[in-house]
Design a protein around this ligand. Sequence first.
Ligand code: BGC
Length: 612
Amino acid sequence: MKTEKLYPVCKNYIWGGDKLVKEYGKTADLPCAESWEFSFHPDGLSKLSDGRTLSETATPDDLGSNCAGFAGVPLMVKLIDANADLSVQVHPTDAYAGARGLGFGKTEMWYVVGAVPGACLYVGLREPADPARIRASALDGTLVSLLNRVEVHTGDAYLIPAGTVHAIGAGCVICEIQQNSNITYRLYDHGRIGPDGKPRQLHLDDALAVADTGAYRAKRPSAQTADGVLLFANKYFTASRLTVSGTYTFTADKGSFRCVTCVCGAGVIDGTGCRAGDSFFIPADGLTHTYEGDMTLIVSANRKYAVGIDLGGTFIKGGIADDLGNVIAKGKVPTGSEDGADAVAARIAGLCADLLSDACMTADDVAGVGIGVPGMIDTVRGEVVYSNNLGWSHFPIKNEVQRLTGLPVRICNDANVAALGEAKFGAGAGMENVVMLTLGTGVGGGLILNGKLYEGSGGAGAELGHMAIVLNGECCTCGRRGCLEAYASATALIRDTKRAIKEHPESLMSTQSEINGTTAFRMRDKDPYAAEVVENYISYLAAGVIDIANVFRPQAVIIGGGIGAEKENLTVPLQEKLDRDMFGGKLGPAVPVIPAALGNTAGTLGAAALWF
Ligand code: BGC
């Protein structure tokens, strides 16, 4: 199907007002409390212009492959006009609802579309309160005083995880993105009388069984994607706010549809006029789509997430990434490998917990943890068989991190995951045969052959840094002599820089207080000794790159890692040498030498991609 304007089902609950009709273009009787803009829920299926429901029209391909992991479509989008305070309520978790045959639980989020001065939301408890206290105050009418009351303004957003005691206050217009569920347990209804003349039913036992009795702490992730500023992300829904001013074009992915709700302004969505209050369904068709005008859009989709960990000799870098390669949380901690492998595993687990908290996620929202580790990795048994860089042998890192985090873990060699990251989301996107070299503490190699990561027997292969380019040459950390790593790693470059300074005290490099992998590159225009260090470095690296090109004839050799940050300073001279010396020269298919595109996130993205 193509992009379609959605026609919602409206609900006339007693606390509703007239704004959805008068200001947001809905056709409904008053009071109009909710419009179910994007709904696959049987209690109110949203429709298309031809009268058919979206649920009967959208195919699995239109919805995208991510939805296949759920029984049905996992999210709903509503507009809500609270003319009076809503009841104080709580929604069940998946586990609670599932155990009672009620389908999904309900985690939801609110985006404030409009708020009269002084309007507020009640989100969670102000301070911890035990169930007996909550029950007593629900019964004596003082429950509201236990709640965390926040005055709100247009643009504010709150996450309401299942179990959070909450209420929408009078005067708020909300765009609510929620799990596909319609279960509410009411704790307190302000003594209100329902349309049948009786007080509306309370569900104290269920509500107290699921209520989170801790204090609520408001937090938002901080990330920007092609869909705008991220509001909240979890395994059910990802919502972002996109400000359109002029023309905005993007290519849809095949993982998820988008539901686009205009909350302010007006414009055109894929050729159809759009005003505040309108929602559109954009299929997961891989095609280009266009938004035009001046408007604020809430873009909702279903994305997959995983934690990616790049375990290096100095730092453990981590991130939470989605299936499109957007990093929504990132952080790093020192590796401290001298404290032993168990301590490093504990630091990884601590970093995972911090990342989840920064992303406002629970462990349940991510598919798992992927870890890139330098050395020989048994991906099946989850063991670091041998790591020259970390000084480990036979460390069962997968089980250890699984035990500490409670999350499933996959591991792989660090350069292999960097290659995977670049091939999926970076410089090698769309290529079937790519080789990656990471130039850091060591020299790592990653091979994507015929569209798949090639790791060799037991995951122990693709060690491109350990091919000998000089017989009986410099000592390598692996014990052999003359390896590419012993000439082209950052470690080797620093060694050679220091040697040049020692041999030529007149070198300008000797004036530097700190010598690192950038020293020679930075000073080569003014210092012939620095120029010589760089030239030798590139010549050795070229020997390795040309060997790689001759063996694999890939569509590209990607140069990454710390020294890879020199980008064209490396790739241009490498390309010249390669074109001159490669087998058959320019007679065969070209092998472009290109800089990595993802910088130092290639490792974390590739590690997360072990789950996509
Ligand atoms: C290790 C490789 C690793 C590379 C990059 C080398 O020293 O032997 O396994 O991929 O460093 O960290």
